[in-house]
Design a protein around this ligand. Structure first.
Ligand code: XMP
Length: 435
Protein backbone atom coordinates (compact mmCIF):
# COMPACT_ATOMS: atom_id res chain seq x y z
CA UNK A 1 0.00 0.00 0.00
CA UNK A 2 1.45 3.31 -1.03
CA UNK A 3 -1.34 5.46 0.32
CA UNK A 4 -1.19 7.64 3.41
CA UNK A 5 -3.75 6.84 6.05
CA UNK A 6 -5.62 8.70 8.76
CA UNK A 7 -6.99 6.43 11.49
CA UNK A 8 -10.35 7.23 13.06
CA UNK A 9 -10.69 5.69 16.51
CA UNK A 10 -14.28 5.05 17.52
CA UNK A 11 -14.73 6.43 21.01
CA UNK A 12 -18.49 6.01 20.91
CA UNK A 13 -19.34 8.34 18.07
CA UNK A 14 -22.14 7.80 15.63
CA UNK A 15 -20.31 10.00 13.14
CA UNK A 16 -17.37 7.75 12.29
CA UNK A 17 -18.67 7.12 8.81
CA UNK A 18 -19.41 10.78 8.14
CA UNK A 19 -15.90 11.78 9.08
CA UNK A 20 -14.41 8.92 7.11
CA UNK A 21 -16.39 10.03 4.04
CA UNK A 22 -15.18 13.60 4.46
CA UNK A 23 -11.53 12.56 4.71
CA UNK A 24 -11.73 10.28 1.70
CA UNK A 25 -13.40 13.11 -0.19
CA UNK A 26 -10.18 15.05 0.46
CA UNK A 27 -8.33 12.29 -1.39
CA UNK A 28 -6.85 10.74 1.74
CA UNK A 29 -7.41 7.13 2.77
CA UNK A 30 -8.90 6.50 6.20
CA UNK A 31 -10.02 3.53 8.27
CA UNK A 32 -12.24 3.33 11.36
CA UNK A 33 -10.84 1.25 14.24
CA UNK A 34 -12.02 0.39 17.76
CA UNK A 35 -10.94 2.63 20.63
CA UNK A 36 -8.86 -0.09 22.28
CA UNK A 37 -6.59 -0.74 19.32
CA UNK A 38 -3.28 -2.13 20.55
CA UNK A 39 0.20 -0.86 19.80
CA UNK A 40 0.84 -3.90 17.57
CA UNK A 41 -2.38 -3.40 15.62
CA UNK A 42 -1.63 0.27 15.17
CA UNK A 43 1.91 -0.38 14.04
CA UNK A 44 0.68 -2.98 11.54
CA UNK A 45 -1.35 -0.36 9.69
CA UNK A 46 0.61 1.06 6.76
CA UNK A 47 1.49 4.75 6.37
CA UNK A 48 -0.55 6.16 9.25
CA UNK A 49 -0.08 9.94 9.35
CA UNK A 50 -2.47 10.89 12.13
CA UNK A 51 -5.26 9.70 14.42
CA UNK A 52 -8.70 11.15 15.11
CA UNK A 53 -10.16 10.31 18.51
CA UNK A 54 -13.82 10.37 17.72
CA UNK A 55 -15.91 10.59 20.86
CA UNK A 56 -19.65 11.00 21.07
CA UNK A 57 -22.98 9.89 22.37
CA UNK A 58 -22.01 6.29 23.14
CA UNK A 59 -18.79 7.19 24.89
CA UNK A 60 -19.93 6.32 28.38
CA UNK A 61 -20.24 2.56 28.69
CA UNK A 62 -21.57 1.19 32.01
CA UNK A 63 -20.95 4.54 33.68
CA UNK A 64 -17.33 4.78 32.56
CA UNK A 65 -16.08 6.99 29.74
CA UNK A 66 -14.00 4.89 27.38
CA UNK A 67 -10.74 6.24 26.09
CA UNK A 68 -7.94 5.26 23.77
CA UNK A 69 -5.03 3.31 25.22
CA UNK A 70 -1.74 4.87 26.27
CA UNK A 71 -0.26 3.24 23.17
CA UNK A 72 -2.29 5.70 21.12
CA UNK A 73 -1.49 8.75 23.23
CA UNK A 74 2.15 7.79 23.21
CA UNK A 75 2.50 6.90 19.56
CA UNK A 76 3.98 10.22 18.55
CA UNK A 77 1.57 10.79 15.67
CA UNK A 78 -0.59 13.92 15.47
CA UNK A 79 -3.87 13.42 17.36
CA UNK A 80 -7.17 15.18 16.91
CA UNK A 81 -9.99 14.89 19.42
CA UNK A 82 -13.51 15.37 18.20
CA UNK A 83 -15.29 15.79 21.48
CA UNK A 84 -14.75 17.84 24.58
CA UNK A 85 -14.27 14.83 26.85
CA UNK A 86 -11.01 13.67 25.30
CA UNK A 87 -7.81 14.05 27.28
CA UNK A 88 -4.37 15.12 26.07
CA UNK A 89 -4.79 16.14 22.49
CA UNK A 90 -3.32 18.77 20.29
CA UNK A 91 -6.52 19.80 18.54
CA UNK A 92 -9.88 19.97 20.29
CA UNK A 93 -13.21 20.71 18.68
CA UNK A 94 -16.09 20.86 21.10
CA UNK A 95 -19.57 19.73 20.04
CA UNK A 96 -19.05 19.11 16.43
CA UNK A 97 -22.47 18.68 14.87
CA UNK A 98 -23.13 16.83 11.66
CA UNK A 99 -23.15 19.14 8.66
CA UNK A 100 -21.04 21.75 10.44
CA UNK A 101 -19.70 24.14 7.79
CA UNK A 102 -16.28 24.05 9.45
CA UNK A 103 -16.05 20.26 9.49
CA UNK A 104 -14.34 20.03 6.12
CA UNK A 105 -11.97 22.90 6.80
CA UNK A 106 -10.99 21.54 10.24
CA UNK A 107 -10.38 18.13 8.76
CA UNK A 108 -8.50 19.56 5.80
CA UNK A 109 -6.21 21.52 8.05
CA UNK A 110 -5.56 18.53 10.35
CA UNK A 111 -4.99 16.08 7.51
CA UNK A 112 -2.76 18.25 5.32
CA UNK A 113 -1.21 20.92 7.57
CA UNK A 114 -0.78 18.94 10.79
CA UNK A 115 -0.35 15.37 9.51
CA UNK A 116 1.25 16.31 6.17
CA UNK A 117 -0.70 13.51 4.49
CA UNK A 118 -0.61 13.23 0.70
CA UNK A 119 -3.86 13.25 -1.27
CA UNK A 120 -3.10 9.96 -2.99
CA UNK A 121 -6.30 8.00 -2.41
CA UNK A 122 -7.73 7.25 -5.86
CA UNK A 123 -9.14 4.28 -7.73
CA UNK A 124 -6.08 3.63 -9.87
CA UNK A 125 -3.91 3.27 -6.77
CA UNK A 126 -6.59 1.23 -5.03
CA UNK A 127 -6.92 -1.19 -7.95
CA UNK A 128 -3.14 -1.56 -8.29
CA UNK A 129 -2.83 -2.26 -4.55
CA UNK A 130 -5.68 -4.76 -4.52
CA UNK A 131 -4.37 -6.68 -7.52
CA UNK A 132 -1.07 -7.08 -5.70
CA UNK A 133 -2.80 -8.12 -2.44
CA UNK A 134 -5.14 -10.58 -4.18
CA UNK A 135 -2.24 -12.20 -6.05
CA UNK A 136 -0.29 -12.48 -2.82
CA UNK A 137 -3.25 -14.01 -0.96
CA UNK A 138 -4.38 -16.43 -3.66
CA UNK A 139 -1.08 -17.45 -5.23
CA UNK A 140 -1.78 -20.10 -7.85
CA UNK A 141 -4.93 -21.38 -6.13
CA UNK A 142 -8.57 -20.96 -7.14
CA UNK A 143 -11.42 -18.65 -6.12
CA UNK A 144 -15.17 -19.16 -6.40
CA UNK A 145 -17.59 -16.24 -6.58
CA UNK A 146 -21.37 -16.05 -6.48
CA UNK A 147 -22.04 -13.45 -9.15
CA UNK A 148 -25.55 -12.07 -8.76
CA UNK A 149 -25.07 -9.22 -11.20
CA UNK A 150 -25.52 -6.69 -8.40
CA UNK A 151 -23.01 -3.84 -8.09
CA UNK A 152 -20.81 -5.35 -5.38
CA UNK A 153 -20.45 -8.88 -6.76
CA UNK A 154 -19.93 -7.50 -10.28
CA UNK A 155 -17.12 -5.21 -9.16
CA UNK A 156 -15.46 -7.99 -7.15
CA UNK A 157 -15.67 -10.23 -10.22
CA UNK A 158 -14.11 -7.59 -12.49
CA UNK A 159 -11.31 -6.97 -9.98
CA UNK A 160 -10.60 -10.68 -9.50
CA UNK A 161 -10.60 -11.29 -13.26
CA UNK A 162 -8.01 -8.54 -13.61
CA UNK A 163 -5.93 -9.98 -10.74
CA UNK A 164 -6.08 -13.73 -11.30
CA UNK A 165 -7.89 -14.36 -14.62
CA UNK A 166 -9.10 -17.91 -14.97
CA UNK A 167 -8.16 -18.90 -11.43
CA UNK A 168 -11.56 -17.36 -10.74
CA UNK A 169 -14.79 -19.26 -11.35
CA UNK A 170 -18.01 -17.23 -11.21
CA UNK A 171 -21.36 -18.87 -10.60
CA UNK A 172 -24.47 -17.02 -11.68
CA UNK A 173 -27.66 -18.54 -10.33
CA UNK A 174 -30.74 -17.51 -12.27
CA UNK A 175 -33.51 -18.08 -9.72
CA UNK A 176 -36.19 -16.74 -12.01
CA UNK A 177 -36.71 -13.66 -9.83
CA UNK A 178 -34.30 -11.34 -11.63
CA UNK A 179 -35.38 -8.37 -13.70
CA UNK A 180 -35.81 -8.54 -17.43
CA UNK A 181 -32.46 -8.85 -19.22
CA UNK A 182 -30.34 -9.27 -16.10
CA UNK A 183 -29.11 -12.85 -16.50
CA UNK A 184 -28.35 -12.11 -20.17
CA UNK A 185 -26.34 -9.03 -19.20
CA UNK A 186 -24.26 -11.00 -16.69
CA UNK A 187 -23.39 -13.58 -19.35
CA UNK A 188 -22.69 -10.93 -21.99
CA UNK A 189 -20.45 -8.74 -19.80
CA UNK A 190 -18.57 -11.38 -17.86
CA UNK A 191 -18.31 -14.31 -20.23
CA UNK A 192 -18.28 -12.58 -23.61
CA UNK A 193 -16.61 -9.27 -22.85
CA UNK A 194 -14.34 -10.00 -19.88
CA UNK A 195 -13.67 -13.63 -20.73
CA UNK A 196 -14.62 -14.88 -17.27
CA UNK A 197 -14.87 -18.50 -16.38
CA UNK A 198 -18.64 -18.30 -15.75
CA UNK A 199 -21.00 -21.07 -14.80
CA UNK A 200 -24.58 -20.09 -15.59
CA UNK A 201 -27.11 -22.08 -13.61
CA UNK A 202 -30.69 -22.05 -14.83
CA UNK A 203 -32.51 -22.80 -11.57
CA UNK A 204 -35.77 -21.11 -12.53
CA UNK A 205 -38.01 -24.18 -12.34
CA UNK A 206 -36.38 -25.36 -9.18
CA UNK A 207 -37.04 -22.09 -7.33
CA UNK A 208 -40.55 -21.58 -8.66
CA UNK A 209 -41.49 -25.15 -7.79
CA UNK A 210 -40.23 -24.68 -4.24
CA UNK A 211 -42.17 -21.43 -3.95
CA UNK A 212 -45.41 -22.73 -5.43
CA UNK A 213 -48.32 -22.11 -3.08
CA UNK A 214 -46.21 -20.31 -0.45
CA UNK A 215 -47.89 -17.02 0.44
CA UNK A 216 -46.15 -15.98 3.65
CA UNK A 217 -43.51 -13.29 2.92
CA UNK A 218 -41.00 -14.51 5.52
CA UNK A 219 -41.40 -18.08 4.36
CA UNK A 220 -40.80 -16.98 0.78
CA UNK A 221 -37.60 -15.16 1.75
CA UNK A 222 -36.36 -18.18 3.70
CA UNK A 223 -37.01 -20.55 0.81
CA UNK A 224 -35.25 -18.27 -1.67
CA UNK A 225 -32.22 -17.82 0.63
CA UNK A 226 -31.91 -21.51 1.53
CA UNK A 227 -32.39 -22.69 -2.04
CA UNK A 228 -29.77 -20.24 -3.26
CA UNK A 229 -27.22 -21.69 -0.86
CA UNK A 230 -28.15 -25.23 -1.90
CA UNK A 231 -27.70 -24.49 -5.61
CA UNK A 232 -24.44 -22.66 -5.01
CA UNK A 233 -23.16 -25.45 -2.81
CA UNK A 234 -23.98 -28.06 -5.46
CA UNK A 235 -21.98 -26.11 -8.01
CA UNK A 236 -19.10 -25.66 -5.56
CA UNK A 237 -18.94 -29.41 -4.92
CA UNK A 238 -18.65 -30.11 -8.65
CA UNK A 239 -15.48 -28.03 -8.81
CA UNK A 240 -12.07 -29.26 -7.78
CA UNK A 241 -9.48 -27.52 -5.71
CA UNK A 242 -11.26 -24.31 -4.75
CA UNK A 243 -9.72 -22.71 -1.66
CA UNK A 244 -11.24 -19.26 -1.65
CA UNK A 245 -14.64 -17.66 -1.78
CA UNK A 246 -14.86 -14.15 -3.21
CA UNK A 247 -17.31 -11.85 -1.45
CA UNK A 248 -18.70 -8.42 -2.17
CA UNK A 249 -18.47 -7.25 1.42
CA UNK A 250 -18.20 -3.46 1.54
CA UNK A 251 -17.18 -1.05 4.29
CA UNK A 252 -20.67 -0.17 5.59
CA UNK A 253 -21.28 -3.93 6.12
CA UNK A 254 -18.30 -3.97 8.45
CA UNK A 255 -18.97 -0.67 10.19
CA UNK A 256 -22.66 -1.47 10.63
CA UNK A 257 -21.95 -4.91 12.00
CA UNK A 258 -20.83 -3.09 15.11
CA UNK A 259 -17.64 -1.71 16.52
CA UNK A 260 -16.92 -1.95 20.22
CA UNK A 261 -19.34 0.80 21.19
CA UNK A 262 -21.91 0.98 18.41
CA UNK A 263 -24.97 -1.17 18.71
CA UNK A 264 -25.23 -4.00 16.24
CA UNK A 265 -27.36 -2.56 13.45
CA UNK A 266 -27.72 -5.72 11.45
CA UNK A 267 -25.63 -8.72 10.68
CA UNK A 268 -24.59 -9.15 7.10
CA UNK A 269 -24.28 -12.41 5.30
CA UNK A 270 -23.59 -12.26 1.62
CA UNK A 271 -23.33 -15.98 1.23
CA UNK A 272 -24.28 -16.95 4.75
CA UNK A 273 -24.86 -20.45 5.93
CA UNK A 274 -22.59 -22.44 3.64
CA UNK A 275 -22.08 -25.91 5.12
CA UNK A 276 -19.18 -26.46 7.52
CA UNK A 277 -17.35 -28.93 5.30
CA UNK A 278 -17.08 -26.38 2.50
CA UNK A 279 -14.21 -24.55 4.09
CA UNK A 280 -13.22 -21.48 2.17
CA UNK A 281 -10.95 -18.63 3.00
CA UNK A 282 -12.54 -15.31 2.06
CA UNK A 283 -11.30 -12.83 -0.52
CA UNK A 284 -13.00 -9.50 0.14
CA UNK A 285 -11.19 -6.83 -1.87
CA UNK A 286 -13.93 -4.18 -1.48
CA UNK A 287 -14.22 -4.42 2.27
CA UNK A 288 -12.70 -0.97 2.82
CA UNK A 289 -14.82 0.83 0.20
CA UNK A 290 -17.97 2.88 0.56
CA UNK A 291 -20.71 2.30 -2.00
CA UNK A 292 -19.83 5.25 -4.22
CA UNK A 293 -16.20 4.14 -4.20
CA UNK A 294 -17.31 0.64 -5.25
CA UNK A 295 -19.10 2.23 -8.20
CA UNK A 296 -16.04 4.32 -9.09
CA UNK A 297 -13.96 1.16 -8.93
CA UNK A 298 -16.41 -0.60 -11.28
CA UNK A 299 -16.21 2.28 -13.75
CA UNK A 300 -12.39 2.25 -13.57
CA UNK A 301 -12.48 -1.49 -14.33
CA UNK A 302 -14.61 -0.89 -17.42
CA UNK A 303 -17.98 -2.22 -16.27
CA UNK A 304 -21.01 -0.72 -18.05
CA UNK A 305 -22.86 2.13 -16.32
CA UNK A 306 -26.09 0.13 -16.36
CA UNK A 307 -24.39 -2.39 -14.07
CA UNK A 308 -22.45 0.03 -11.89
CA UNK A 309 -25.26 2.54 -11.33
CA UNK A 310 -28.01 0.01 -10.78
CA UNK A 311 -30.62 0.93 -8.22
CA UNK A 312 -30.74 -1.28 -5.12
CA UNK A 313 -32.45 -4.59 -5.73
CA UNK A 314 -33.39 -6.95 -2.89
CA UNK A 315 -31.73 -10.36 -2.65
CA UNK A 316 -35.08 -12.21 -3.01
CA UNK A 317 -35.61 -10.15 -6.15
CA UNK A 318 -39.01 -9.98 -7.77
CA UNK A 319 -40.10 -12.66 -5.29
CA UNK A 320 -41.03 -9.96 -2.75
CA UNK A 321 -42.85 -7.90 -5.37
CA UNK A 322 -45.03 -10.71 -6.71
CA UNK A 323 -47.28 -10.63 -3.65
CA UNK A 324 -48.55 -13.77 -1.97
CA UNK A 325 -48.00 -17.12 -3.63
CA UNK A 326 -45.91 -16.56 -6.77
CA UNK A 327 -47.41 -17.73 -10.04
CA UNK A 328 -45.57 -17.72 -13.36
CA UNK A 329 -48.14 -15.59 -15.17
CA UNK A 330 -48.12 -12.86 -12.53
CA UNK A 331 -44.33 -13.00 -12.28
CA UNK A 332 -44.02 -12.50 -16.05
CA UNK A 333 -46.49 -9.59 -15.95
CA UNK A 334 -44.48 -8.04 -13.10
CA UNK A 335 -41.20 -8.43 -14.99
CA UNK A 336 -42.63 -6.83 -18.13
CA UNK A 337 -44.22 -3.96 -16.20
CA UNK A 338 -40.95 -3.36 -14.33
CA UNK A 339 -39.04 -3.20 -17.63
CA UNK A 340 -41.52 -0.63 -18.97
CA UNK A 341 -41.23 1.47 -15.82
CA UNK A 342 -37.43 1.43 -16.04
CA UNK A 343 -37.44 2.25 -19.74
CA UNK A 344 -39.77 5.21 -19.26
CA UNK A 345 -37.82 6.50 -16.25
CA UNK A 346 -34.70 6.42 -18.45
CA UNK A 347 -36.46 8.34 -21.21
CA UNK A 348 -37.75 10.90 -18.70
CA UNK A 349 -34.24 11.42 -17.28
CA UNK A 350 -35.24 10.02 -13.90
CA UNK A 351 -32.59 7.30 -13.69
CA UNK A 352 -29.97 8.31 -11.16
CA UNK A 353 -32.33 10.97 -9.81
CA UNK A 354 -34.80 8.68 -8.09
CA UNK A 355 -33.31 6.29 -5.55
CA UNK A 356 -35.44 3.25 -6.17
CA UNK A 357 -38.40 2.52 -8.44
CA UNK A 358 -40.17 -0.69 -9.25
CA UNK A 359 -43.51 -2.37 -9.78
CA UNK A 360 -45.52 -4.65 -7.53
CA UNK A 361 -48.24 -7.10 -8.50
CA UNK A 362 -50.87 -8.10 -5.92
CA UNK A 363 -52.58 -11.46 -5.85
CA UNK A 364 -56.10 -10.27 -6.54
CA UNK A 365 -57.93 -9.22 -9.67
CA UNK A 366 -60.48 -6.58 -10.52
CA UNK A 367 -63.09 -6.06 -13.18
CA UNK A 368 -62.36 -4.11 -16.33
CA UNK A 369 -63.42 -3.88 -19.93
CA UNK A 370 -61.23 -4.86 -22.85
CA UNK A 371 -62.34 -5.06 -26.51
CA UNK A 372 -65.95 -4.45 -25.45
CA UNK A 373 -65.95 -7.42 -23.14
CA UNK A 374 -65.66 -7.78 -19.39
CA UNK A 375 -62.18 -8.72 -18.20
CA UNK A 376 -61.00 -9.80 -14.78
CA UNK A 377 -57.28 -9.02 -14.44
CA UNK A 378 -54.42 -8.03 -12.12
CA UNK A 379 -53.51 -4.50 -11.09
CA UNK A 380 -49.89 -3.29 -11.16
CA UNK A 381 -48.64 -0.88 -8.52
CA UNK A 382 -45.87 1.62 -9.31
CA UNK A 383 -43.51 2.71 -6.54
CA UNK A 384 -40.76 5.36 -6.69
CA UNK A 385 -39.00 6.54 -3.54
CA UNK A 386 -36.10 8.61 -2.35
CA UNK A 387 -34.06 7.95 0.75
CA UNK A 388 -30.62 8.42 2.20
CA UNK A 389 -30.28 5.29 4.28
CA UNK A 390 -33.42 3.23 3.43
CA UNK A 391 -34.60 3.68 7.04
CA UNK A 392 -37.07 6.37 6.02
CA UNK A 393 -38.23 7.24 2.51
CA UNK A 394 -40.32 9.83 0.70
CA UNK A 395 -42.35 9.33 -2.44
CA UNK A 396 -41.00 10.79 -5.68
CA UNK A 397 -43.40 13.25 -7.29
CA UNK A 398 -43.19 11.69 -10.73
CA UNK A 399 -44.54 14.06 -13.41
CA UNK A 400 -48.11 13.16 -14.32
CA UNK A 401 -47.38 12.69 -18.06
CA UNK A 402 -44.67 10.13 -17.23
CA UNK A 403 -47.10 8.19 -15.03
CA UNK A 404 -49.76 8.31 -17.74
CA UNK A 405 -47.38 7.06 -20.39
CA UNK A 406 -46.21 4.18 -18.18
CA UNK A 407 -49.86 3.36 -17.45
CA UNK A 408 -50.75 3.36 -21.15
CA UNK A 409 -47.88 1.10 -22.04
CA UNK A 410 -48.50 -1.38 -19.21
CA UNK A 411 -52.21 -1.60 -20.03
CA UNK A 412 -51.57 -2.24 -23.69
CA UNK A 413 -48.36 -4.30 -23.54
CA UNK A 414 -48.60 -6.43 -20.41
CA UNK A 415 -50.83 -9.44 -20.62
CA UNK A 416 -53.34 -9.88 -17.81
CA UNK A 417 -53.14 -6.36 -16.34
CA UNK A 418 -56.10 -3.95 -16.46
CA UNK A 419 -55.24 -1.34 -13.80
CA UNK A 420 -52.19 0.72 -12.78
CA UNK A 421 -51.86 2.40 -9.38
CA UNK A 422 -49.26 4.72 -7.87
CA UNK A 423 -48.19 4.09 -4.29
CA UNK A 424 -48.12 7.40 -2.38
CA UNK A 425 -47.04 6.00 0.98
CA UNK A 426 -43.87 7.21 2.69
CA UNK A 427 -41.74 5.07 4.99
CA UNK A 428 -42.83 4.96 7.74
CA UNK A 429 -45.64 3.89 7.94
CA UNK A 430 -45.18 1.81 4.80
CA UNK A 431 -41.91 0.02 4.04
CA UNK A 432 -40.28 0.51 0.65
CA UNK A 433 -41.03 -3.05 -0.47
CA UNK A 434 -44.49 -4.54 -0.07
CA UNK A 435 -43.34 -7.78 1.51
P1 XMP B 1 -37.87 -1.92 3.20
O1 XMP B 1 -38.91 -2.66 2.41
O2 XMP B 1 -37.45 -2.67 4.42
O3 XMP B 1 -36.59 -1.88 2.25
O4 XMP B 1 -38.26 -0.50 3.47
C1 XMP B 1 -35.45 -1.09 2.48
C2 XMP B 1 -34.45 -1.36 1.38
O5 XMP B 1 -33.92 -2.69 1.50
C3 XMP B 1 -34.16 -3.43 0.32
N1 XMP B 1 -34.51 -4.80 0.74
C4 XMP B 1 -33.67 -5.85 0.68
N2 XMP B 1 -32.41 -5.96 0.25
N3 XMP B 1 -32.44 -8.28 0.78
C5 XMP B 1 -31.80 -7.19 0.27
O6 XMP B 1 -30.65 -7.32 -0.15
C6 XMP B 1 -33.70 -8.25 1.25
O7 XMP B 1 -34.24 -9.24 1.68
C7 XMP B 1 -34.34 -6.96 1.19
N4 XMP B 1 -35.57 -6.54 1.56
C8 XMP B 1 -35.64 -5.21 1.28
C9 XMP B 1 -35.31 -2.73 -0.37
O8 XMP B 1 -35.31 -2.99 -1.77
C10 XMP B 1 -35.04 -1.30 -0.02
O9 XMP B 1 -34.07 -0.74 -0.88
Amino acid sequence: MQQDMIVILDLGSNQNTLIARDIRALGVYTEIHPHDITREQLEALPNVKGIILNGGANRVVDGVAIDASDAVYGCGLPLMAVDHAAKRSDVTLANWPAGDPFRREALRSFVFDTCKAQANWNMDNFIADQIELIRKQVGSRKVLLALSGGVDSSVVAALLIRAIGDQLTCVHVNHGLLRKGEPEQVVEVFRNQLGANLIYVDAVDRFLDKLAGVADPEQKRKIIGAEFIRVFEEEARKLDGIDFLGQGTIYPDIVESGTKTAKMVKSHHNVGGLPEDLKFELVEPLKMLFKDEVRACGVALGLPDSMVYRQPFPGPGLGVRCLGAITRDRLEALREADAILREEFDLAGLRGKVWQYFTVIPDFRSTGVRNNARCFEWPVILRAVNTVDAMTATVEQVPWPVLLKITDRILSEVKGVNRVLYDLSPKPVATIEWE
